[in-house]
Write a protein that binds this ligand. Structure first.
Ligand code: 13P
Length: 251
């Protein structure tokens, strides 16, 4: 069956020193408990190697927040999937709404990034989600379906390695969480969309995380829903205790 996962997305926060301290604190708190989920932290590129050195891989997985759609070469400032992999990272967030919105990432680029991540043995945490206008005009199911279908040229074997994160853009960093019912409805919809292409077994085995103002106080209710398999956590992942409060929601 599919895994439960709580993943932190640090975004563009923490200096290297602060990031290593946060990772150390997360690692120490995980040593004291037996989480009922996999725990992952996705950190800025500059922090990957140093954070990898302080995390115990059996307690917490490491991920990046993005990677290039190109293999290598003259792309100044870019970081490739193989570079990410070489730091010890196992995951990479792709298609975050902030990348789609502020950096214009489109479906074609995201498919290329996903393919390169998979070729390099990284697990993509592929983000989808509608903006407020799409929630309000009722097109949200179609919008998210289109974002998932952008990956439908992947082989079943490849698709089965992907984690999906549903992050309604209106809930990110706003303190305005989707209700557990809204999350459940969308997660069930996503699973149906996956099933229509890849069949029930792959759909049932795909972990679908919720992201958007998830915190210790609302995680339990969200994670109790049958199709919500964990969370992708922004702000609350920047404090080890509150991140752990979300991990503990699975206990
Ligand atoms: P917040 O938890 O800060 O709303 O961010 C969610 C997110 O974007 C995680 O990727």
């Amino acid at each position: 069956m599919r895994k439960n996962i709580v993943a932190g997305n640090w975004k563009m926060n923490t200096t290297l020193e602060e990031g290593v301290e946060l990772a150390n604190n997360v690692n120490a708190l995980l040593k004291e408990r037996k989480p009922n989920c996999d725990v992952v932290v996705c950190v800025p590129f500059t922090h990957l190697t140093s954070v990898n050195a302080v995390l115990e891989p059996e307690l917490v997985g490491l991920g990046a927040e993005n990677c290039s759609e190109h293999v290598k070469g003259a792309y100044t400032g870019e970081v490739s999937a193989s570079m990410v992999k070489s730091t010890g990272a196992k995951y990479v967030i792709l298609g975050h709404s902030e990348r789609r919105q502020y950096f214009g990432e489109n479906n074609e680029q995201l498919l290329a990034k996903t393919q390169l991540a998979l070729e390099n043995g990284l697990t993509p945490i592929f983000c989808v989600g509608e903006v407020l206008e799409e929630r309000e005009n009722g097109s949200y199911n179609d919008v998210v379906q289109g974002q998932v279908e952008a990956l439908f040229s992947l082989s079943p074997e490849d698709f089965s390695k992907i984690v999906i994160a549903y992050e309604p853009v209106w809930a990110i960093g706003t303190g305005k969480t989707a209700t557990a019912e809204q999350a459940q409805d969308m997660h069930a919809h996503i699973r149906k969309v996956v099933e229509s292409k890849y069949g029930k077994e792959i759909a049932d085995n795909t972990s679908i995380l919720y992201g958007g103002s998830c915190k210790p106080s609302n995680a339990k209710e969200l994670f109790a829903k049958p199709d919500v398999d964990g969370g992708l956590i922004g702000g609350a992942a920047l404090d080890a205790e509150s991140f752990m409060g979300i991990v503990d929601a699975f206990n």
